[in-house]
Design a protein around this ligand. Structure first.
Ligand code: SAM
Ligand code: SF4
Length: 353
């Protein structure tokens, strides 16, 4: 039987996708919905957010098809589900089960070659206590929960929802059902929660979760981001170090967080310094929005319409070609803080953080 060009290539060559700056794509972030049950001020307005019509949102079959192409043909070994709030999408465990069955090709240049992909989820944690068990059973490997404050009033002020207790319970249940590690994401904003950096670090130490402080990025839907609202990595680290001495861990590789360990052995802490120390040179990520647009950067101003191909009857080769073209055009990096910076048309929850 004659071999298709794809069969021939996969039999002889390593599955990989390298951009024009030599960065290899390894990580696919998939937004499963643009909707959310919170209204974090740094992300979306309290009212008036325009949701995608449901017909425009990719089905689970469509998502899995794109993910399968990325894993099988490019050797992608990590997939993270995000949104919007991924847990508000119905039957999320069904998607997780399908994605968890994807296997990194045996000839991929990955420590996971021949093994299942590393499947992770980022969630606000509001319903995590209810769903953690099902997510684990479906095959989810890792979980990140967003938590910016331990103060109930401030939590309401930031998220516009009175759900601090549910989030704390969600973190605890996630650990109980065996997610390891559970990480906590905290966006730090000057004058909002910068006074809680030490308290959040202490929370991580006490509950054995790695807290990852995130610099505030210009991706809020209201366009209210200001450079002076950003609390930078150096300040975050020295604030923690003054109370809980730290030592930096070796290079992060392609991961977005720089990490430190507590000198007393009580765990680690991370900072994602997107604004003050961009890590674009090591970026291995690509993104698929809930409406099937492929993006090569959180801050990209271009999108590539995979949904049109999926729904237009295209074969896998055509989809692969579009993704390769997109990655071939990936830029060197964002220019936040410079006059050349242009905000993407869509905000964080519409892209998938
Ligand atoms: N709803 C989920 C959650 O909040 O974890 C997943 C989606 S959310 C967009 C993903 C991450 O982006 C969260 O940790 C959130 O705190 C972060 N985020 C949202 N807007 C941000 C901004 N303007 N700057 C920095 N991080 C932001
Ligand atoms: Fe929702 Fe997450 Fe955005 Fe908060 S950060 S509004 S939880 S999508």
């Amino acid at each position: 039987m004659p071999q298709s060009p794809h069969n021939w290539r996969s039999a002889s060559a390593k599955p990989e996708l390298v951009d024009s700056f030599g960065r290899t794509v390894r990580d696919l972030r998939i937004s499963v919905t643009d909707r959310c049950n919170f209204r974090c001020t740094y992300c979306m307005p309290e009212e008036g957010m325009q949701w995608l019509p449901r017909t425009e949102v990719l089905t689970y079959e469509e998502i899995v098809r794109v993910a399968r192409i990325c894993v099988e043909r490019f050797g992608v070994d990590g997939i993270r589900l995000t949104g919007g709030e991924p847990t508000v999408r119905a039957h999320l465990p069904v998607l997780i089960e399908k994605l968890a069955s994807l296997e990194v090709p045996a000839n991929a240049d990955s420590p996971l070659a021949g093994k299942p992909v590393d499947l992770a989820l980022t969630t606000n944690g509001a319903t995590l206590a209810l769903v953690a068990h099902d997510l684990k059973r479906a095959g989810l490997s890792r979980i990140n929960v967003s938590l910016d404050t331990l103060d109930r009033e401030k939590f309401i002020q930031i998220t516009k929802r009175d759900e601090l207790d549910s989030v704390l319970e969600g973190i605890s249940v996630a650990r109980d059902v065996g997610f390891s590690p559970v990480k906590v994401n905290a966006v730090v904003q000057r004058g909002v929660n910068d006074d809680e950096v030490v308290a959040l670090a202490a929370f991580g130490r006490e509950h054995e979760v790695e807290v990852r402080f995130i610099e505030f990025m210009p991706l809020d839907a209201q366009g209210g981001w200001l450079n002076n609202a950003v609390v930078g990595q150096d300040e975050i680290v020295s604030t923690i170090h003054n109370v809980f001495p730290l030592e930096q861990l070796p290079s992060r590789g392609a991961a977005p967080a720089d990490r430190w360990r507590y000198l007393d052995g009580r765990g680690t802490v991370g900072v994602i310094p997107t604004v003050t120390k961009p890590f674009c040179g090591d970026c291995d990520r690509v993104r698929l929005t809930a409406d099937g647009q492929f993006r090569t950067c959180l801050f990209a101003t271009d999108e590539f319409d995979v949904r049109a191909l999926l729904r237009g009857g295209a074969g896998d080769d055509a989809i692969e070609a579009l993704l390769r073209r997109a990655v071939g055009e990936k830029w060197a990096g964002h220019s936040i803080g410079q006059v050349s910076f242009v905000r993407p048309r869509r905000s964080m929850s519409q892209i998938g953080g």
